[in-house]
Design a protein around this ligand. Structure first.
Ligand code: HEC
Length: 305
């Protein structure tokens, strides 16, 4: 029965709607309202269709009751005739698309000439195939123009290079970001001239007023001698600069310098140790030798015995 099929289709449609909705973004709280509204519209549509179907049924039954048996028979015959007509046109359509002729017309297709008693039928290539063929030619021309003549779209290798360049850029950005993540636990002692130069420029602008141009000490302690208040390892120095000693007049630099700048200036402070500048401030704190991790030892060639 057709009605049953309609009902089944309706249920499938109702089932498919939430599946699509969920596939999109899931049921986020903000979207729940949309989802409910959507469902309501679909439900109302289905209700409407259902009511129309019921009305149609009722109407049909009523006509059957109202019309006499004679009229019914006539109507039935008309219906059958229309059905066979439809079938015939459908057959024609298929034949046309496949460039087929009905068997009854085969005689007219026989070509002249006979080879050892074998005759040929003139069956041209089906229209759908020719259409496909011409479409491929048109596509080929379009492809050639786009990719090789006007070069309006990148070819495979170019696309690959573009992607790699974009990835390299992303990688560089990532590395720059992770380099900025240095803290008092990961800071490394280095003698890299670039780092020290950078640290020196930070020192001159930010630290010299209190520690002196050469770290000899003014308000702040001498940073070049062996005496330290807060430790002399690179980690200690980094920590002192980052958090400062606010109660004693050493500012906190955490919010004014980036972690990399702090690391650079800490390395610069370590590098000026023992430079004996003029007019040094008197020692403060306890005397410390290079107790902290020493600067990376110069690489020596491996001895092969
Ligand atoms: C406003 C003045 C002032 C500025 C600016 C300043 N400092 Fe200091 N700094 C001090 C004082 C004062 C102390 C001593 C703190 C204490 O007595 O505990 C100190 C201590 C230190 C110490 C610890 C020394 C030790 O003996 O342990 C380091 C390292 C240091 N400063 C580095 C820096 C660096 C690097 C900068 C620039 C980014 C800087 N300071 C900027 C005033 C300053």
């Amino acid at each position: 029965m057709k009605l049953k099929r309609y009902i089944l289709a309706m249920f499938l449609a109702v089932g498919a709607v939430p599946a699509f909705a969920e596939g999109n973004d899931g049921l986020l709280s903000g979207e729940t309202m949309n989802y409910i509204g959507y469902g309501t519209i679909v439900a109302m549509l289905l209700l409407f269709i259902g009511v129309m179907l019921v009305l149609l049924r009722t109407f049909k039954t009523l006509t059957r009751i109202l019309l006499g048996p004679e009229d019914l028979k006539e109507a039935e015959e008309e219906k059958l005739a229309a059905k066979s007509q439809r079938k015939a046109t459908r057959g024609n359509l298929v034949n046309k698309l496949m460039s087929l002729r009905p068997m009854s017309e085969e005689g007219s297709l026989i070509m002249e000439g006979e080879y050892d008693g074998i005759k040929e039928l003139n069956n041209p290539t089906p229209a759908w195939f020719m259409v496909l063929f011409y479409v491929t030619i048109a596509f080929g021309v379009g492809y050639l123009l786009v990719y090789h003549v006007f070069k309006s779209a990148p070819l495979q290798y170019e696309e690959y290079r573009n992607d790699m360049a974009a990835a390299a850029k992303e990688k560089a950005a990532m590395l720059a970001k992770s380099a900025n993540l240095v803290d008092e636990n990961t800071v490394k002692l280095t003698t890299d001239p670039a780092v020290l130069a950078n640290g020196k420029s930070v020192f001159t602008t930010r630290c010299a007023p209190c520690h002196g141009d050469h770290g000899q000490g003014v308000v702040g302690p001498n940073l070049t001698d062996d005496y330290w208040l807060h430790g002399n390892t690179i980690k200690d120095v980094f920590k002192t600069i980052e958090y400062g000693v606010p109660s004693k007049g050493m500012p906190t630099w955490e919010s004014q310098l980036t972690p990399v700048q702090i690391s650079d200036v800490a390395n610069y402070v370590k590098s000026i140790h023992g430079t004996n500048p003029a007019n040094p401030k008197e020692p403060q704190g306890t005397k410390m030798t290079e107790a902290g991790p020493a600067a990376p030892a110069p690489k020596t060639a491996m001895k092969i015995k």
